[in-house]
Design a protein around this ligand. Sequence first.
Ligand SMILES: [Zn+2]
Length: 213
Amino acid sequence: MATIFTHSLIGLAVGKIFGTSNLVISKKRFWIFSFVCPALPDTDSLGLLYLGIPYEHIFGHRGFTHSIFFSVFLGLLVVFLFFRKENLNKLNSFLLIMYFTLITTTHSILDALTNGGLGIAFFSPFDNSRHFFPYRPLEVSPLSIDKFFKERGLDILSNELIWVLIPALIFIFIKIVIKKMIVKYKANTKDHSKRINYNEDVSRHQFYGRDKN
Ligand SMILES: [Zn+2]
C-alpha cells in the first residue's frame, strides 16, 4: 500500500479539484467521507494481520476491497446512507456516487503503482488475478504501523510527496487559477456589456432629445 495518509489526502484533493462539494448541503459530511473512503480498502490488512487470511486470498490484502466493484458498492452505499436526505436530483446523485467511487478507486491505482507486495485484484470478485501498472515509482509501505515508523517511514513519505502529493497540489493550484480567470473574465464581460448598454442609452437619449428640439 501507499501510506494511509496519502490515500486520504488524495480523496480530499480530488474533491477540491472537481469542486464536488457544491453538489451537497452537508459539506462537513462530504469532506469526512472524502477522507475516509480512499482509506477503507486497506481494512483488508486487518484480516491479514489478525485473522490469518492469506495475502493472495480473494479477501486477502489488495483483494476484493481493492476492486472496482467494491469502489462502486461503497459509492452507492455512502450516498444512499448518508446523503439520501439531501433530496438530490438524479444527475447529482449519479455524480456523487461516481465521485465516491472514483476516490475509492484512487486507492487501488496508487497501490498498483507501488514497487512491492502482490498486485491489485481490480476485477474481483469476477477475476481474482492481481495487477500492477508497468511503471511503479511508489515505495511500498509496510502494513504494520510499528514497522513503518521504525524502518522506512521518512523515505516513503518523501517518495509520496514527490510522486503524489506535490502533483496533487499543482492540480489544485491550476484549478484555483483557472477558476479565478473565469470569474475575472465573466466580470469583465458583464462590465463590458453594461458599458455598451449605458452608451446605447446615452446615444438614444441624445437622439430623441435632439428630435424634441
Ligand atoms: Zn491498499
